[in-house]
Write a protein that binds this ligand. Structure first.
Ligand code: FAD
Length: 421
């Protein structure tokens, strides 16, 4: 029998109940699936659930599959007056509300407390620095250990800085844990199909019926990220890629996170952002960029050098003298001019970053951004068979916040689904 852990299946459901389809297997599709499977509705009625997707977590990296490229850390962008986003991202005090309020930080923080770093999560001290701003987002004050860093303790060019406890995620570990949970909650009865859906109406095509069965689904939840731009029946022209280039280095001595925001966030992710995101396995993600509408799927060398320069400004510990092997030769003049001394002591014009010897991989991904922010609502029903309605729920367009808001949006998406059916 095919199951959630399989990479692709061709099984069909044979029961009499109408299936529920989740489109997409990024962090949004998979957390939505877990949320549905944990619901009383699912546990008491056990309808067939199908996840239909182009990409799966263990696939080779692809810029169009944002969830496996992401940094990722929990660092909200929610404006002080954006109650919706704050609710999705929020961490409440660790009290009774914890069990009632399923939001990203709370759920992930509890997972980390129970499972430690095998959860794919790492709790750490996060320092957020601001240049050209003297104010932080209010939501940071809700994190444990929140502190405003005094002027004497911060770099001179930094206008304001705060620190608090936050989380980083190792996407592959976390996504695979979600697949395991889907298997366990459904007793291997959720089917995951590698299948490109050209349009929502194609759910009634024979190629789709071959995998989800010939009964029209009672509901479809659209968790297609950037795919919402081209998926027929959705074709949301306000969805746009926010290209992000990041560099993975091996630096296990870094156990704290750093971010520098230059200029205003302007409601989401404006200005220039530089970040250092350590992971439990000793790898550290360095970033970043945010290039709106840029579909170039490969790394740009000049961007990499710029990132390596910027991260050293906010985290010089990346380059302690005894940890870095200087490159044997200078880039322009290989074999002739051996480099001596510590890399940080070199001239400004040195072509190779002192961090180069730590680089494991450079990645590019497209954040699924959307002009009006995440789309979380019920759309018009589909009529895949005459007189039979299929409810459509949208849960896409999370931009650079999909990891931190996934549990909050999954809860809202499943609430909408339960109201609809
Ligand atoms: C460089 C970078 C850094 C980031 N850092 C952070 C961070 O620190 N914190 C944070 O919270 N977020 C971060 N993000 C953002 C986060 O990764 C995204 O918001 C999140 O992954 C979106 O998840 P998703 O499931 O909606 O999309 P995706 O992960 O892109 O998944 C979309 C799914 O839909 C499927 N699909 C699409 N169209 C179709 C179709 N027609 N038929 C079948 N299947 C389809 C795809 O195959 C895929 O399975 C970052 C992103 C990038 C690129």
């Amino acid at each position: 029998m095919a199951s959630a852990s399989a990479s692709a299946t061709t099984s069909t459901s044979t029961g009499t109940q109408r299936p529920i389809v989740i489109l997409g297997a990024g962090v949004i599709g998979l957390t939505t699936a877990v949320q549905l499977l944990e619901s009383e509705f699912y546990q008491s009625t056990r309808p067939p659930v199908h996840i239909v997707t182009d990409h799966l977590p263990n696939d080779p990296l692809d810029a169009k599959y944002a969830s496996t490229i992401a940094g990722a850390h929990h660092l909200s962008f929610a404006d002080d007056n954006d109650e919706r986003q704050r609710r999705w991202d929020r961490k409440s005090p660790l009290d009774d509300r914890l069990t009632e309020s399923r939001t990203a930080f709370l759920i992930m923080y509890e997972e980390w407390r129970k499972l430690g770093e095998s959860s794919g999560l790492m709790a750490l001290k996060q320092t957020e620095m601001f240049v050209g701003e003297t104010k932080h987002l209010e939501i940071y004050e809700e994190h444990p250990d929140f502190t405003v860093i005094e002027e004497s303790q911060r770099p001179k060019y930094v206008d304001h800085a705060v620190s608090f406890t936050s989380l980083t995620m190792t996407p592959l570990v976390y996504l695979n844990r979600l697949l395991t949970r889907i298997n366990a909650l459904s007793e291997h009865q959720v089917f995951i199909h590698r299948h490109h859906l050209s349009s929502l109406s194609a759910l009634s095509h024979p190629s789709s019926q071959a995998i989800i069965g010939d009964r029209p689904p009672s509901a479809v939840i659209v968790c297609t990220g950037i795919g919402a731009l081209t998926l027929g029946g959705v074709e949301d022209q306000t969805v746009v890629p926010a290209r992000g280039q990041v560099i993975k280095v091996r630096a296990p001595w870094i156990r704290s996170g750093y971010t520098r925001q230059v200029g205003s966030l302007t409601g989401s992710e404006g200005g220039e952002r530089t970040y250092v995101i350590p992971r439990p396995d000793g790898e550290v993600i360095l970033g970043g960029t945010r290039e709106i509408g840029d579909w170039f799927p490969y790394p740009r060398e000049e961007t990499s050098q710029d990132i390596l320069r910027r991260v050293l400004e906010i985290c010089p510990d990346l380059c302690p003298k005894h940890k870095i092997a200087p490159p044997l030769v200078q880039a322009q003049n290989q074999m002739e001019k051996p480099i001596t001394g510590h890399p940080l002591d070199r001239d400004e014009g040195t072509a190779i970053s002192p961090l180069q010897s730590l680089v494991v991989q450079t990645l590019v991904g497209f954040r699924p951004s959307r002009e009006l922010g995440t789309r979380l609502e019920r759309g018009p029903d589909l009529e895949l068979e005459e007189g039979i309605q299929t409810a459509v729920i949208y849960n896409y367009g999370h931009g650079g916040a999909g990891w931190q808001s996934c549990w909050g949006t999954a809860e809202d998406a499943v609430d909408l689904l339960l109201q609809a059916i």
